[in-house]
Design a binder for this molecule. Structure first.
Ligand code: SF4
Length: 439
């Protein structure tokens, strides 16, 4: 049984221990057959052909191949496009799930010449969907960005790529070169390799030539962002979804998913089949997404700022933002982690990593998250800490300039409330996931 390191990617934060969390990479023996896959990245992430966004990956990433499959985008006007976005209910795919049409409308109504920013930086190391898009379907992302720019009367598209991922950068640079005849200026920005570097405010800072870290903002980027101008900033998948809508129309978009949640979502899944980027229609049962039997294991949904599903809880649930929200779970940016071991220990390691990733600007975050990590570590080692963990969650929430402390506290609290029996077992010195570890 092998294991790969997901956290830190070699970073050491401020000198604290960088958590090293092993996520299941239990061989590829269970791989589904009949699926084509492109392999990318040093971790060997597989990208599986999907029903819509990832439908054409077998044809290659070139502009010619893209046009053969998807055709040419039209020149939609703002009002009908907003109506189409409302009909399909497109929400941002970066985690917050904000309605994309409202963001587009806000940017259109704000004063100043708007900018469009495609955020491909994926600060969360467990997420690989935008990297997958950049490698396999870059022109879908660029079609969406160019469409948005034209609708807003802008000729400026900014592409924020992970600075350390040379393959993503090379793929985007190649795609941009193929579009040199378009009257759009593409500017590339290289994001830091840091968990909080992908937040909208941090990206705006990067574009201004300042440290790529979050700052307090009083207005959304759509109203006042890059150079104080309205800025339509969203992640790669959101622009790819917009492109699908424009290229193929509302009816084709509505053909996937459910009436309440049309379309598909990209998921980065770490389970018994390894690490994969898959495209799932909303309404797909989790059993069909996860490796067999992994649905009966604890699953961290939504990434390191996400929420825990107890073993078996996903058996009756589907890929659905609203359905998950109804039971206190979140899809976030689509990261799905099945730890190869104790979920409490995993949560403690993630918390330690997240503490290292504080940008160090806000006291409750800089000092509170390491204390929270320490308290949760004590819970996992059976030397108390539960009350202190809950107290520290309350102490750090809503006390930072960005959502980093809130997201960390959400994940920690979710672990405590989803696994109370495991917390008790650890308090007695046991662990269900250790051989003979009843405690
Ligand atoms: S809350 Fe934390 S990560 Fe966010 S800006 Fe403040 S110190 Fe930085």
């Amino acid at each position: 049984m092998g294991a790969h390191q997901l956290l830190g990617r070699g970073r050491s934060g401020r000198g604290r221990r960088t958590a090293a969390v092993a996520v299941a990479d239990r061989g590829r023996a269970g791989r589904r057959t009949g699926m084509t896959a492109a392999v990318l990245g040093p971790l060997g992430v597989d990208v599986e052909r999907g029903p819509a966004v990832l439908a054409a990956i077998d044809s290659g990433p070139s502009l010619a191949a893209h046009r053969r499959w998807h055709g040419e985008p039209g020149r939609p006007q703002l009002t009908p496009l907003l109506a189409d976005l409302e009909r399909v209910g497109l929400r941002g795919r970066g985690g917050a799930g904000f309605p994309f049409g409202r963001k587009l409308e806000a940017a259109a109504e704000a004063s100043g010449r708007p900018s469009v920013v495609v955020n491909l930086s994926e600060g969360e190391p467990a997420s690989a969907k935008d990297a997958a898009l950049a490698r396999t379907a870059p022109h879908l992302v660029l079609d969406g960005a160019v469409t948005a720019a034209r609708v807003l009367g802008s000729r400026e598209v900014h592409l924020v790529v992970p600075g350390a991922d040379l393959q993503v950068r090379a793929s985007i640079e190649t795609a941009v070169r193929e579009r040199r005849d378009e009257r759009i200026r593409f500017d590339m920005h290289r994001a830091d390799e840091a968990f909080v570097a992908g937040q909208a405010a941090a990206v705006i800072e990067l574009m201004a030539g300042r440290p790529n870290r979050p700052v307090t903002t009083w207005q959304p980027a759509a109203v006042r962002g890059h150079r104080g101008r309205p800025t339509l900033l969203s992640n790669g998948e959101t622009f790819a979804q917009l492109a699908l809508l424009v290229l193929h129309g509302v009816d084709a978009y509505l053909a996937h998913g459910t009436p309440g949640e049309p379309g598909t979502a990209l998921l980065t899944v770490h389970d018994d089949l390894g690490c994969r980027v898959v495209e799932a229609e909303f309404g797909t049962k989790w059993e069909a997404v996860l490796a067999s039997d992994d649905v009966d294991r604890p699953v961290l949904l939504g990434g390191y700022h996400g929420t825990w599903a107890d073993a078996g809880e996903l058996r009756d649930l589907t890929v659905s933002r609203t359905g998950l929200a109804d039971v206190g779970l979140t899809l976030g940016a689509g990261v799905v982690l099945v730890p190869d071991g104790c979920p409490l220990t995993f949560a403690a390691s993630v918390t330690s990593y997240l503490a290292d990733e504080s940008a160090g600007r806000c006291g409750p975050c800089f000092n509170g998250l390491p204390a929270l990590a320490e308290a949760l570590h004590r819970v996992t080692t059976g030397i108390g800490g539960r009350g202190e963990t809950e107290r520290l969650c309350r102490m750090v929430e809503r006390r930072g300039a960005c959502a980093h402390p809130d997201g960390t506290a959400r994940m920690v609290r979710s672990a405590l409330t989803r696994f109370p029996a495991e917390v008790d077992r650890h308090a007695r010195g046991g662990c269900s996931y250790r051989a003979g570890g009843g405690g």
